[in-house]
Design a protein around this ligand. Structure first.
Ligand SMILES: Cc1cc2nc3c(=O)[nH]c(=O)nc-3n(C[C@H](O)[C@H](O)[C@H](O)COP(=O)(O)OP(=O)(O)OC[C@H]3O[C@@H](n4cnc5c(N)ncnc54)[C@H](O)[C@@H]3O)c2cc1C
Length: 465
């Protein structure tokens, strides 16, 4: 297939038409490739959606940027609900809003997973040269013969599809990744978190009114567990309970309706009455598992590459999983533009992306502790206010880590992590003996920041990846 010096990137098959596969199809079509997209599920266009996994997602700058590049962001405008901060609900009913950023545009958006998938697939399918095959499931891959086995579920017919290449965007439980691992082509680790999640709903009020503030992501931090809720465009909220899977307070321990009711009513008193079906939902909805996927390689020859969650699923506590996948799609598409063979595309994609996906995987795990525990801690709140104040004073040098991750797609995850480590140390030192922002030694802060944090965009030992 590859003739030296000739460009052979003419067509591609993609398996998995979730957010990653659908966006990738659009971007690769724009590069002039023919794309065939296989998806195990039914065509989501024209149906109202299915319940189960998180039904809304937080979309931040990285994801929005990729959607803009793909030309689909305008189609989503009416489906976004803007969230400008975290609204913390304490057990005694007290509430406080922690703004995400300093500027009005430093916000994130809640979007229905189903609507997003519909819009992406509508856009992809409307492009010449993109073919969609729903109800087609990847079942196996034969690397000696460079052929994948894909079953047409409507006819129950198994076909052999040449991997020339076949890109795998089949999600966290990727069949392709597990097959490559079983054959020893790559080494992987699926690190399960000891906490799972369950979705509950907060229906809309009379006339579709929101029953809590609609411009915030609500958090009920309770130490070893937490409830969060994101607004939906129809006035409802989707709440997600994150809880240990085993132990005294856990999904395993909560089995009877009275125990479930007691737990939810005691721990989340101010929202309990807004969730009229919560006990039934708790019993009916599956408990979702959470974990991080690490792989030492994402491709095998020029035959296949893992992209999105299939390559590097992460825990959802930074709201970045899909945002990261969308950034993958942009980088993969850029690698296609810069190279002439698939092995070169795959090699460049892995080399540029892996340090960044490792960084966001680590930051997402750290953020769980922040959300379920630290947001309620006065010292953490002081450090958060201080970080915003230091950003005001040194906007080119000190940008809170959360902001770098959520609002600055031009700053890589790895750079955000490295600069964030330095900033965390400075914040701890500066706030050690302070009760308020007035107690901070800003002159010392200024000297340290100038010494340790070069302006963003200036490469140095801090930003080297
Ligand atoms: C509780 C929770 C909350 C989250 N919240 C956020 C958030 O707020 N913000 C955010 O950015 N991210 C969030 N995420 C992460 C986000 O959901 C994922 O990163 C994103 O869905 C990954 O997209 P993907 O297309 O790579 O994989 P998936 O969304 O898993 O899509 C994979 C697709 O492949 C198909 N498929 C699977 N196997 C096969 C097969 N064998 N053959 C053919 N097709 C197949 C599936 O049907 C599916 O359509 C959250 C995740 C969870 C679990």
């Amino acid at each position: 297939m590859t003739v030296s010096g000739m460009r052979d990137l003419a067509s591609v098959d993609i398996v998995g038409a979730g957010p990653t596969g659908a966006l990738l199809a659009i971007l690769l079509q724009r590069r002039g490739l023919k794309v065939t997209l296989y998806e195990t599920r039914k065509d989501p266009r024209g149906n109202s959606g299915e319940s189960g996994r998180s039904i809304n997602l937080a979309l931040a700058d990285r994801g929005m940027h990729a959607l803009k590049v793909a030309g689909v962001s305008d189609d989503l405008a009416g489906a976004l609900v803007t969230m400008r901060g975290r609204l913390i609900h304490e057990k005694n009913g007290a509430q406080s809003l922690q703004l995400y950023g300093r500027r009005p545009d430093e916000v994130i958006h809640s979007i229905s997973r189903h609507r997003l998938n519909q819009v992406l697939l509508e856009a992809a399918a409307s492009l010449p040269g993109v073919e969609t095959r729903f109800e087609h499931r990847l079942e196996d891959a034969d690397f000696e013969n460079a052929a994948a086995q894909i079953r047409d579920l409507r006819r129950d017919r198994l076909s052999s599809v040449p991997m020339q290449p076949l890109l795998a965007t089949d999600g966290a439980g990727s069949v392709m990744r597990r097959r490559m691992t079983a054959l020893g082509l790559i080494e992987t680790q699926e690190a399960d978190l000891e906490h799972g999640y369950k979705e509950l709903s907060i229906p809309e009020g009379p006339n579709g009114a929101y029953r809590m503030a609609s411009d915030a992501l609500h958090i009920w931090p309770r130490g070893n567990f937490m409830l969060i809720a994101l607004p939906n465009a129809d006035g409802s909220f989707t709440a997600t309970l994150f809880l240990p899977t085993r132990g005294a307070v856990s999904f395993e321990a909560l089995t009877s309706p009275p125990a479930i009711e007691r737990f939810l009513r005691t721990e989340f008193p101010d929202v309990y009455d807004l969730m009229p079906n919560c006990v039934a939902e708790f019993q009916a909805h599956p408990t979702g598992f959470l974990g991080t996927v690490y792989a030492n390689r994402w491709s095998a020859g020029g035959m296949t590459a893992l992209i999105g969650d299939a390559a590097h699923a992460i825990v959802p506590f930074h709201g970045q999983g899909m945002n990261c996948c969308f950034e993958d799609c942009l980088e993969f598409s850029a690698a296609v533009a810069r190279n002439t063979t698939w092995p070169d595309v795959f090699a460049e994609f892995f080399a540029s992306r892996k340090p960044n996906t490792d960084a966001i995987a680590a930051m997402a795990l750290e953020n769980y502790l922040e959300m379920r525990e630290r947001v309620a801690d006065p010292r953490f709140r002081l450090q958060q206010s201080l970080a915003l104040e230091l950003e005001r004073r040194h906007p080119q040098r000190f940008i809170p880590r959360y902001s770098m991750v959520m609002f600055h797609h031009e700053i890589s995850y790895r750079t955000a992590q490295l600069r964030g480590d330095i900033q965390a140390r400075l914040l701890a030192e500066l706030s050690a003996n302070a009760a308020t922002l007035q107690d901070i030694d800003y002159e010392w802060a200024s000297r340290q920041i100038t010494r340790e944090l070069p302006p963003v965009g200036v490469r140095s030992s801090v930003t080297k990846e």
